[in-house]
Design a binder for this molecule. Sequence first.
Ligand SMILES: Nc1ncnc2c1ncn2[C@@H]1O[C@H](COP(=O)(O)OP(=O)(O)OP(=O)(O)O)[C@@H](O)[C@H]1O
Ligand SMILES: [Mg+2]
Length: 152
Amino acid sequence: MSVRRFTSDSSSGTIEIGRQIVALLSPPRFLVLRGELGAGKTTLVKGIADALDAADPDEVTSPTFTLIHEYQGKLPAELGERPVVLYHLDLYRIENERQLETLGLEELAAEDAIVLVEWGEKFPSVLRRSGGEIQIEHAGGDARAITLTLPD
Ligand SMILES: Nc1ncnc2c1ncn2[C@@H]1O[C@H](COP(=O)(O)OP(=O)(O)OP(=O)(O)O)[C@@H](O)[C@H]1O
Ligand SMILES: [Mg+2]
């Protein structure tokens, strides 16, 4: 496992960390985003979407009710500019594996996909599918500790 740690002291700082970690997230990638309510999971995705030229930060909203948002993007020039599909999911409102099945997670695991799942740790089947995670923890006030863990 490789572990990278970042600290942020504002939501714009977390967006910037999202932009930076795109370099570490070459597709195909399926990650669980861990952290309590309001930790900053969706905020981090704003930066990731921005760096992938997939959506502006303001356009990235929580998929709490829609469950899944899909954005077409591309890797930054220095990473080869190949097309990327960014999927942002929030399983907070999903209550059981049967409801989860209707989302068709297995179909998202394409070669060119980056899949980011909030509240994915609720489901063993999602954890089995994931190849790493990003954890966001409160660190006093607006500070956040962000840990990216990826398999070697
Ligand atoms: N350093 C920070 N990083 C991220 N968000 C911050 C930070 N400081 C304050 N905030 C605020 O905390 C909130 C984070 O909300 P966000 O929707 O990103 O959380 P979340 O982890 O996705 O929550 P949920 O589980 O409800 O989806 C925002 O209101 C944001 O402005
Ligand atoms: Mg969220």
